[in-house]
Structure formats: C-alpha cells, structure tokens
Design a protein around this ligand. Structure first.
Ligand code: FES
Length: 139
C-alpha cells in the first residue's frame, strides 16, 4: 500500500541511520539535515581550519567524499567535477602524490555527496579513511 509514493531511503552504514529523502534530494544536504556531517574535517582540528577544507557544497574541496556501497544506479551520474577529481590523474608536485592514490580502487563507488542526488535506495559509507589533506588543501 502506498508503494508508489515511497521515498528513497538513504542508509548511512557507519552512523547506523536510515533516512527517507525526497526523490532527487541532494545527498550532502540530507545528511546535514539528519545531523550527519560528511565534511568531517581533520579529527578535532576544528572550525578554524574548516573553511579551507569545506567548500560548502560547491564540488570543489572533495572533503564530502563518500562511498556509495549499494544503489549507485539510484544516483545521478558522476558529475564533471567528480570525474575530474576521481578519474583523472594529474601529475602533481611533491608532496602531493599520495591523495591522488587514495582514489585508486574506489573510483566506482566514490562520490562527492554535494554532487550526488538520490533517486532510489542507497547505502552510504561516510568519510572513507583516506588522506584528508587532499589536493586542494593548500591551494
Ligand atoms: S562540500 Fe566541497 S566538494 Fe562537496
């Protein structure tokens, strides 16, 4: 009953939290509403540094990266920004080669939450453990 109007369910596996979101909702916005911070920052280094690592959803900083562990087909296609961030290997000066490596093996599940819209049930693993000093940290 009422199946047709069922809203997509986002399951945040680490937080053990399931939320219903409107069709087409922005993953980062919904996470914030649910009290889940996908821009975790640098483990306690806190607000003073957040402005450098959180672009507030513009698809620039890469700190809202998540893994879509199930239901990737229920999201929008990889955006250009994400594609550039995840799929291209741009030679970078030392000491930066490590962040680029962090994507290896996750290219097919990793998304930027702020660039992801939800169109069906998905499972999200927040803040994959990779080098948070990403390629934009000092730029
Ligand atoms: S919040 Fe900066 S890339 Fe998503």
């Amino acid at each position: 009953m009422g199946k047709a109007t069922a809203m997509p369910i986002v399951n945040f596996v680490k937080e053990k939290k399931e939320i219903e979101v409107p069709e087409g909702a922005n993953l980062r916005s919904e996470a914030i509403k649910a009290g889940i911070n996908l821009n975790q920052g640098l483990n306690g280094m806190g607000a003073s540094i957040n402005r450098y690592i959180n672009c507030k959803g513009m698809g620039m900083c890469g700190t809202c990266r998540v893994l879509i562990t199930a239901g990737m087909e229920n999201t929008n296609k990889l955006t250009l920004r994400e594609w550039l961030k995840f799929k291209t290997v741009i030679p970078t000066p030392v000491p930066d080669p490590i962040p680029a490596m962090a994507y290896v093996g996750h290219e097919d599940t990793m998304r930027l939450a702020c660039c992801t819209t939800v169109h069906g049930d998905i499972e999200v693993e927040s803040c994959p453990e990779i080098n948070l000093f990403g390629e934009n940290f000092f730029s």
